[in-house]
Design a protein around this ligand. Structure first.
Ligand code: NAI
Length: 344
């Protein structure tokens, strides 16, 4: 299914919720080399939105019908996490390239089964959406590490922290998200692997607490979680995830090396304005992950389309998804058991 470089990639999107609508807008309006030709959702209003707002011509309530459409080259999956693995395999078997939002699955064996399917279709791109790799600041830090500017990087401290949502949307979402580590820290886990050069993880320990949302107790989740991961060769990573920040969304990462360190994203600045007065120094904080990573979402979709068109190698593979799930699963198990978990 490799595309001629001149032909636009014909994309069908599945899932038009909170994030799916954003991806759809990117594909319809801002992604060079792509045309959003179809959309799929079981919710009629979402399909109406795709037709009326973006002019998407072909609309499907059933994912199997989307895959049966011969005029689609690539599928973008922004559906609930529990559907990702089966829908990825089905897209590959239908001859489509596939972009799947993170996480691929909450379970390592399921990730590996999807990887096995992908091996049967080596000419099709299968890429997982770890969007932070496309953020210009993270990319710059990674380039500096690769150029040796930190010496030997041995420690990553990384956090994903959301502003508190008193309505507790994520409490309802928690049973299907796999919990705070699989939902939020999976990004930090991927970043740690990337920044440290993909070392093998050997052990994880996690703890957490419920600061504001007791509704999480029923599904064994927390609204503030901490984890330490040990890698073969001595590298270490520390992760913090929170749903209860009072001021805004604050995703930060620090990489510590033998001759230097780099910090990314500290301060949660929404822009470059700061006010100083008798009360102190103030700036506006980022409201949510999309405001922080808007550019990265655009660049991520551009990279997927370029990979499908044969212009670049896929920057992320399903194996990256499997390894992040392997670590995320061990962390989650440790949170529940209270014990360190060996990673096979
Ligand atoms: P959502 O619940 O708002 O949207 C899910 C969408 O899937 C809805 O449009 C729903 O109608 C549709 N859907 C449900 N069953 C379907 C089916 N069988 N076929 C086609 N469509 C179906 O969820 P949200 O927040 O948009 O998250 C979607 C995925 O994106 C999740 O896996 C989540 O982990 C991931 N995500 C990734 C982020 C990132 O930073 N990369 C940020 C937010 C979400």
């Amino acid at each position: 299914m490799k595309q001629e470089n001149t032909a636009p990639l014909r994309v069908g999107i599945a899932g038009l919720g909170r994030l799916g609508k954003r991806h759809a807008e990117q594909l319809a309006r801002h992604t060079p080399g792509a045309r959003l030709v179809a959309a799929c959702s079981p919710v009629a209003e979402e399909l109406d939105w795709a037709r009326e707002t973006l002019g998407v011509p072909r609309l499907y309530a059933d994912y199997a019908e989307l895959l049966a459409d011969p005029e689609i080259d690539a599928v973008v999956l922004v559906t609930p996490t529990t559907l990702h693995a089966d829908q990825t395999s089905a897209a590959l078997r239908a001859g489509k390239h596939v972009f799947v939002e993170k996480p691929l699955s909450l379970d390592v064996a399921t990730c590996e089964a999807v990887e096995a399917v992908a091996r049967d279709y080596p000419d099709q791109v299968a890429m997982v959406g770890f969007v932070r790799r496309f953020d210009p600041s993270y990319a710059r830090a990674k380039a500096a590490i690769d150029a040796g500017q930190l010496g030997r990087p041995f420690l990553v401290r990384s956090q994903t922290c959301d502003q508190n949502d008193p309505a507790g949307f994520f409490v309802r979402f928690a049973p299907s998200s796999g919990g705070i580590f699989m939902d939020c820290s999976v990004h930090d886990i991927d970043l740690a692997r990337w920044m440290l050069g993909n070392p093998k993880a050997v052990r994880a320990f996690a703890s957490g607490t419920i600061a504001l949302h007791p509704g999480l107790t029923d599904c064994g989740d927390v609204d503030n979680g901490l984890a330490i991961v040990e890698f073969e060769g001595g590298q270490r990573a520390m992760f913090y995830a929170s749903r209860t920040l009072p001021h805004g969304h604050e995703t930060t990462t620090e990489v510590i090396g033998t001759t230097g360190t780099v910090q990314i994203g500290f301060g949660a600045h929404a822009d470059r304005t700061e006010f100083r007065n008798a009360a102190g120094v103030q700036h506006t904080a980022l409201p949510d992950f999309f405001a922080r990573f808007e550019d990265a979402f655009r660049l991520e979709m551009e990279a997927f389309v370029a990979a499908c068109r044969g212009e670049i190698a896929p920057p992320l593979t399903l194996s990256d998804a499997t390894e992040a799930t392997r670590i995320g699963q061990a962390i989650t198990e440790s949170l529940r058991s209270g014990l360190p978990v060996a990673i096979a």
